[in-house]
Design a protein around this ligand. Structure first.
Ligand SMILES: [Zn+2]
Length: 106
């Protein structure tokens, strides 16, 4: 498997997430006032604070997983299961780009 593609996929995911998390943080800081840039999209995502908080935590977790996967790529460990050390299949990595364990350990 070409990690260039995996890295691109992960970076795209990361960009989307950071853009979203950034908007959510902006909502909290500005008390729900949407950003000027993409206000229509921001408006559609407006919801109550509890849901925003939940999204924030979950997306931050996802962001950590993506960062972890990117550092595993950088270290040449992307295909290596973090539990048993065997190779994680390309199909699994395509389906779950930021998994750290093989099909047997996951
Ligand atoms: Zn394993």
């Amino acid at each position: 498997m070409d990690t260039t593609i995996a890295r691109k996929t992960l970076e795209d995911m990361r960009n989307r997430l950071t853009a979203r998390v950034g908007r959510i943080e902006a909502h909290i800081r500005r008390d729900g006032k949407p950003l000027d840039q993409d206000s229509e999209e921001a408006l559609s995502e407006r919801t109550d604070d509890a849901v925003l908080d939940g999204l924030d935590v979950q997306e931050r977790k996802e962001l950590q997983d993506i960062d972890h996967a990117l550092s595993r790529i950088a270290q040449g460990q992307y295909h290596v299961c973090s539990k048993c050390g065997s190779t994680i299949g390309a199909e699994r990595l395509t389906a779950l780009p930021y998994t750290t364990v093989c099909v047997h350990c996951g």
